[in-house]
Design a protein around this ligand. Structure first.
Ligand SMILES: C[S@@+](CC[C@H](N)C(=O)[O-])C[C@H]1O[C@@H](n2cnc3c(N)ncnc32)[C@H](O)[C@@H]1O
Length: 509
């Protein structure tokens, strides 16, 4: 699959006219939802096109664009000419004639999908035809062999990474494995210079189209594997990667199979990021990791963290090896093909896991922050519960709180002033009618939506934190109330205060 079948990426004049035409016809995320209605809109994300085909039987400009660019239907030349600069789109390769008649039906050469930015921006994601959602087995690929170099659009993993990324203004950002360019599109909004890399030249070409059609600044595009395209002395303030993290028995699909054994690709990325980060910089990855017989998965991940970096690793899901193999067989559309080929592929997957003694695979996020601290803080945890996206700001604040804790010993902590974070509630758990709760849970409504068990001192402490009294003074008052020796209480409580700060229930005032 070369890039020759793709629209020209150096025709900014045509791309700008195309963008104007798309916006003029309300080919936007909001416009699409209004035209299709929520059920058909959501069905598209399940790779089901029938409801959307039914909803676009009209002849408005928006019907035309949805049929052309999202549903990949041929549309008569005359209808397209009412909406788009047809000659320019044909000449620059956005459209092609379907048959011999130049005045006959036209078809799009790429999938173009409206994508709403976080500030209400109207952006577009370009991807290979039929691959906007749902993996290689997505829309339009039924019965088709999955192409190895296919470039996918935005999936759940793409939006997860975009949401967890720390969005402070920076000078240099790297999007490694850019694909359709979605992470680069977000990054150019807050980074002065963005470098987008990919092993697949087709992806780099498509990234250029995504950025141009979205009216965004360009990124520097570099072809190559992992950190190869990064020059020796080059460092970044932000590195993001939604890499080909799938642990599979062979490199088959470039967008997902890293081609290194087991979870080596994710490990290499994480290990290699440390020396490419500027002081204070963040590296954020989506990753899969092996749960190997006789090994603690958390120890495995701790060993990946490069020197000089704090890390926060969150396991969001674990699948056993059969669920995992089936997930990716379906993603490639293998379940729709020949039964014996499916069985052979499934077996190859299980053979590979057996040989590596892998029992399960974890899915999650890895965030590194370069601090140079002699004793880095590394948190590896399981949090499969719902969270509030975008989480980027909560992630930035997590690392800021780690800095605070590192620089405050227990005496300094007790001298400090704290405020209860926004939207924390207290739940009391115990048998109905009981005078005292068995335990108290503090729960966050924001960010990670954490819940943590505290004792009555912890709950009382958090409740009083409004920034006015020092932590030590609050404990002295609590000691009086509960008839406890204030010295002992001051002695045993800092650990609990540390946890409440680390998890974001209370914040330094
Ligand atoms: C899962 S896709 C992510 C695409 C996009 N960044 C997103 O978030 O949707 C992974 C991308 O990594 C690229 N890739 C695969 N192997 C690579 C490697 N060794 N080095 C760099 N990129 C690679 C693929 O071509 C693909 O575009």
């Amino acid at each position: 699959m070369s890039t020759s079948s793709l629209p020209a990426s150096d025709r900014s004049d045509v791309t700008a006219r195309l963008r104007d035409a798309l916006l003029g016809a309300s080919f936007t995320a909001d416009g699409l939802l209004e035209l299709l209605g929520a059920p058909a809109y959501v069905a598209l994300a399940r790779s089901e096109t029938v409801p959307a085909l039914r909803a676009t039987r009209g002849d408005t400009p928006l019907d035309t664009l949805v049929r052309l660019f999202l549903l990949q239907q041929p549309v008569p030349h005359s209808r397209v000419a009412d909406v788009l600069p047809v000659a320019a789109c044909l000449e620059s390769g956005w459209l092609v004639p379907v048959g011999a008649d130049p005045e006959g039906d036209l078809a799009a050469t790429v999938d173009v999908r409206p994508y709403g930015g976080p500030g209400g921006e109207d952006w577009f994601i370009v991807s290979d035809l039929g691959r906007a959602v749902g993996g290689a087995g997505g829309i339009g690929s039924r019965g088709r062999q999955a192409d190895t170099a296919v470039v996918l659009g935005v999936g759940g993993a793409s939006t997860t990474l975009a949401g967890i990324t720390v969005r402070t203004p920076v000078s240099a950002a790297l999007d490694l494995g850019t694909g359709s360019g979605i992470q680069a599109l977000h990054a150019v909004q807050h980074a002065t210079r963005v470098t987008a890399t990919d092993l697949n030249p087709r992806a780099l070409h498509i990234t250029a189209l995504t950025l141009a059609l979205s009216g965004a600044p360009a990124a520097e595009l570099r072809e190559g594997s992992l950190f190869e395209p990064v020059r020796g002395d080059e460092t970044f303030d932000l590195i993001v990667s939604n890499p080909p993290f799938v642990i599979s028995p062979g490199a088959r699909l470039t967008y997902r199979d890293g081609g290194m054994g087991g979870d080596d690709l994710c490990r290499s990325l994480v290990q290699g990021a440390g020396e490419r980060l500027n002081q204070g910089g963040f590296a954020q990855f989506l990753a899969n990791w092996q749960h190997v017989e006789g090994e603690d998965w958390q120890d495995r991940l701790r060993a990946w963290v490069p020197r000089g970096c704090d890390a926060w690793i969150v396991q969001r899901e674990v699948q056993d090896v059969t669920q995992y193999a089936e997930l990716w067989l379906r993603d490639a559309g293998d379940h729709q093909g020949d039964a014996s080929a499916y069985e052979a592929r499934y077996n190859a997957w299980l053979d590979e896991f057996e040989a590596r003694k892998v029992k399960a695979v974890g899915f999650g996020w890895i965030t590194l922050r370069k601090t140079g601290a002699a004793v880095p803080s590394v948190t590896v945890e399981e949090w499969p519960h719902p969270i509030e996206q975008p989480l980027g700001e909560a992630i930035r604040a997590h690392f800021e709180r780690l800095d605070f804790l590192r620089s405050h010993d227990d005496a300094a902590l007790l001298a400090g002033h704290f405020k209860l974070a926004a939207e924390i509630i207290q739940e009391q758990v115990g048998p109905p009618g009981a005078e005292d709760p068995e335990h108290v849970v503090l729960r966050q409504n924001r960010g990670m939506r954490r819940a943590t068990k505290v004792d009555t001192v912890g709950a009382g402490f958090a409740g009083v934190c409004d920034g006015s009294l020092s932590a030590g003074r609050i404990l002295d008052a609590i000691a009086q109330l509960v008839h406890e020796d204030p010295v002992l209480l001051r002695d045993r409580t800092p650990a609990q205060i540390r946890l409440l700060v680390e998890q974001g229930f209370i914040e330094p005032a």
